[in-house]
Structures are given as C-alpha cells and as structure tokens.
Design a protein around this ligand. Sequence first.
Ligand code: AFP
Length: 335
Amino acid sequence: MQKQLLTIERYLMETQKRHPEARGHLSKILMDIAFAAKIITRDVRRAGLLGILGSAGTINVQGEQVAKLDQVANQVMIEVLNSTGLLAAMASEEEESSIPITKITMGEYVVNFDPLDGSSNIDANVSIGTIFSILRHPRPGDKGRDSDLIQPGYRQVAAGYIIYGSSTMMVYTSGDGVHGFTLEPSIGEFLLSHPNIKIPEKGYIYSVNEAYSATWSDGIKSYVQSLKKADTATGKRYSLRYIGSLVADLHRTLQYGGIFLYPPDEKNPSGKLRILYEANPASMIFEQAGGAAVDGKKRVMEIEPSSLHCRTPLYIGSPENIKELLTHLEKYEKK
Ligand code: AFP
C-alpha cells in the first residue's frame, strides 16, 4: 500500500497488531483526538470569517453566542475526550482544575492538553496548535482528581500535537518513534506523510524571544551570543526564527533541527511554558525523534510537577545543540 493512503486509524490498528496484549484503548483515544483535530481545523480555517459571521461576545445568525476560538477548541476536546469512556480525568490549559468526566466505563487513562496553543497568533493568521499528553490513571477504575494528572513526563504513554499551519498535521508518539499524518481536506482523513521522524543531530536555527534577553542568566546570554558567530566546526551561520506558537516552533525545530529556548526571565522566573501539557509532551516527542529536552539541569521528563499549571524553563532540540547549551550553562554555574 502506498504510504500516503494509510489513514491514522489504519496505522494505529496495524501497529497495535504488534502488541498482542494491547486492547486498543490507547489507539481509540488517539483516534478520538484526531477526530477532535478535524473539528478544530474546520473552525480554525473559518477564523478570519468570525468577524463576518459573528465575533466573540456577539450573537450569530442562529441567535447563539459566538465563542472565541480557544474556547471552541477547549469545548471540542472536552466533549470528544469525555465520550471515549476510557478516561478518568483530564486537564486543560483553559481550566483551573481538572475536568470531571461524566462518561467513565474503564477509567484507565488521564489526558493533559492545551486545546489551542499560541492563540495570540490567531488574528494574524499565523500557525497555532493543540498539544496533548496521555498517562495511565494511577488508580484505575476510580474517578480521577487533580493529583492523578500531576505526573512526571517519563510516565507518559503517548504524546502529540496538531499543527494548524499551511496544512493540518497530527504528530504523535506512543513510545515507538514519532509519526506525522497530514489532513487531506477533501476526504477528511489524516494520512501518513512523515513516518518515523528523526531530528537532525545538529541544526542551524535557534528560536527564542530575544526581547527578554536583558534579564536572562549569564549562561543563556553567553550561549545565544555564541550563535551569532559562524559555527567553529562547520563555518555555517545560524538563523533566528521565532513564531511565538510553541507547536509551530517545535514542528519547525523537529523538521530542520536546531534549538528552541524559553529560559527564565524577569517576568517568568520559572520559565513560561507549562510542564504537564506543553513541556512534557514536547519532550517525549523530541526524545523519541532522537532529540533532547532539558530544563537547564536535567531532563524535563524527570521533573516532579507540583501542580496542574506549574511551569519550567525549556530547552529542546537537536542533541548537539542541547549539548553546546549545557556547556555554557555549566561554565557559568561554576563561576
Ligand atoms: P499564547 O497562547 O498566549 O499565544 O501563548 C503562547 C505560548 O504559551 C507558547 O505557545 C509560546 O511558545 C509562548 O507562549 C510565547 O511566549 P512569548 O510571547 O512570551 O514569547
């Protein structure tokens, strides 16, 4: 079969056959997330028309309130995940506490997600994304609570993101490599387009909000400064790319290699990005693709999170770039 004709459902079923003990529950959750992504895609693609069809806080032609896109995406994720019957709890960037599941039949898994990451980019028609992390429920069968969702990244069983860019793509890992599926809009199916994604060992793009550089640590300043000279080993020069949508910056870094940094600064002394539904899923994907993700001292996936919305510094990318960053950080820590 041609690889472009393999749907995500078919792919999940095929890979499941390699694990005879698997009951297909994780695959079902991933298929449901792919389904939610199709609905969110439909709404994202109409985003520019919201002002014509009715904008947030206004009433549409049916006399209903028109919700903002991030609220819409949040609602779609909640409704779709609630109906799987396999989850005990879920948490969203948009909600302070965990979201109760009304339909529990098995209650084996919990999911953390950011329904629409980079939403400040929506009005400029810039790429945005959904990002998710799936973990086993520590108390299977019981109703989930916040503490069931607060688990370190190494316990994730699957993680992924959907990027709403020039095309919609779903990229996920369940611990057996990273695979990318592109939505074919005319048939409404995600088709395997990027099997077994591997990040380049080293890349020449760095991605950071340099406007905050005045309040970075000396180690980060020194590293970013070093990227402004040609690479000593290859003579190549670096480029800077920063979209400000984590999913989009990660997707580019995964394809082309390089490094993405969100260090602590004056405004965000612990970093800005959230551990459970941003840094952890990103880290699982990058490690599975041969990359690395650290908080400046250790692997992000080894951090013991303290709350649903806790944050971390994030340095993620090609293994060689991360190694060079750590050399700078260690040098300044010793001083
Ligand atoms: P928004 O969802 O408010 O646009 O925030 C996006 C985000 O959480 C993440 O997607 C970006 O990587 C990061 O913030 C950008 O933050 P800065 O604007 O501080 O660079």
